[in-house]
Design a protein around this ligand. Structure first.
Ligand code: PLP
Length: 386
């Protein structure tokens, strides 16, 4: 079964849901047992099927199954947000005294988790330059347990050599976790490239409609899956079946949306690259991007999210440009059907971010590409006048 067929069929079971095409929303706290014996036998359940609402209902397990198949993994857990998927992918696998290696371009809130909660519990983090590749081997210590990667980083878009990093981690007996939200499992098969645990902020492309907050973690082995699910149960981490329903619905159109958004993003990024106001566009699918060769080798497509470095350092001029866009709304998150823009200041540990000027981030939605380009063009006129 190819990816698009899988997206149409995974996580559905009309024979068991009165013939409905979609898996219904199963709302539940209590799940009644037919006998005491069955009730008492439930200790072993809650890993793969409905036994109490907080551990997930049938809607949850349908989404988990669809994601497992899409990621080519052994099992998936659904979490309350993309960030909780990042933190929950780490927590079951580290203890006091352990050490982790985390990419310096990691999603900001994941860095905050390492620097606050994990630090307080005695887990130390060292950040590595995203371009490190096989040289990451020099950073492993006897107490290193886990490598957390993200490629490309969602503010600075630096690519990483994921197979080389994962291979080094394996040699040192460490797990590799990857935040794979930008490419999604459609465009990067993380688990096949050596990653042990793949993380998705389903809030982004999987949801696709800017109306839900959800995360997914998929494990390469059953053993890792069980560790994840047990930790979620221990913490009481849970998700709403309504959000699982919306994510399943988002999956049905994931491939067509991502292909359309990718095509539009590449056209717009190429146009931006030629503008005199722009010093560089940070987007691995562009031949000019330093990560292009790695992207071409390992990825089969791209998220429609990229960075633009403007020559202007004037906050007022940039505000004049951004505040009056017709279609690009100012807002966090991305991956929805609507285009967005933000201005960002990347936080770094290995060395300060080398960018000059203003760093913008554009998320390209499903609007007409020409309309978006006119919007950007009019914005540059305002920038020039300021
Ligand atoms: C948005 C995002 C997250 C977190 O997702 P939320 O659902 O907003 O918590 C994690 N990683 C990346 C790369 C993201 O862009």
């Amino acid at each position: 079964m190819k990816g698009r067929t899988l997206l149409s069929h995974a996580g559905r079971n009309p024979a068991k849901t009165c013939g409905t095409v979609n898996m219904p929303v199963y709302r539940a706290s209590t799940v009644i047992a037919p006998s005491l014996a069955e009730y008492e036998g439930r200790q072993d359940k809650g890993l793969d099927e409905m036994c109490y609402g907080a551990m997930g209902t049938t809607t949850y397990y349908a989404l988990a199954e669809a994601m497992t198949r899409l990621e080519h993994g052994a099992g998936s857990v659904i979490t309350s947000s993309g960030l909780s998927a990042c933190t929950m992918a780490i927590l079951p696998f580290v203890s006091a005294g352990d050490h982790m290696l985390v990419t310096d371009s990691v999603y900001g809130p994941t860095r905050r988790f390492c620097e606050t909660v994990l630090k307080r519990f005695g887990v130390e983090t060292t950040y590595y330059a995203p371009g490190i590749g096989a040289d990451i081997e020099k950073l492993f210590r006897p107490e290193t347990r886990l490598v957390f990667t993200e490629a490309p980083g969602s503010l600075t878009f630096e690519m990483e050599d994921i197979p080389a990093v994962a291979e080094a981690a394996r040699r040192y007996g460490c797990l590799t976790v990857m935040d794979n939200t930008w490419a999604s499992p459609l465009f990067f098969r993380a688990l096949e490239k050596g990653v042990d645990i793949s993380v998705q902020a389903a809030t982004k492309y999987i949801g696709g409609h800017s109306d839900l907050v959800l995360g997914v973690i998929t494990a390469r082995t059953r053993e890792l899956y069980v560790r994840l699910k047990e930790c979620m149960i221990a913490l009481g981490e849970t998700t709403s079946p309504d959000d699982c329903y919306l994510a399943l619905r988002g999956l049905r159109s994931l491939a067509v949306r991502m292909r359309a958004q990718q095509e539009s993003a590449l056209t717009i990024a190429s146009w931006l690259e030629k503008r005199p106001e722009v010093s560089r566009v940070l987007y691995p699918p562009l031949a000019s991007d330093p990560g292009h060769a790695l992207w071409q080798r390992d990825f089969t497509g791209a998220g429609a999210l990229f960075g633009v470095e403007l020559k202007s350092e004037s906050a007022q001029a940039v505000a004049d440009m951004v505040d009056h866009y017709r279609y690009f709304a100012i807002g966090a998150s991305w991956g929805g059907f609507e285009s967005l823009v933000t201005v960002n200041r990347p936080e770094r540990s290995v060395r300060p971010w080398q960018g000059r000027g203003t760093l913008l981030r554009y998320s390209i939605g499903l609007e007409d590409t020409e309309d978006l380009i006119s919007d950007l063009e009019e914005g540059f006129e305002r920038l020039g006048k300021a």
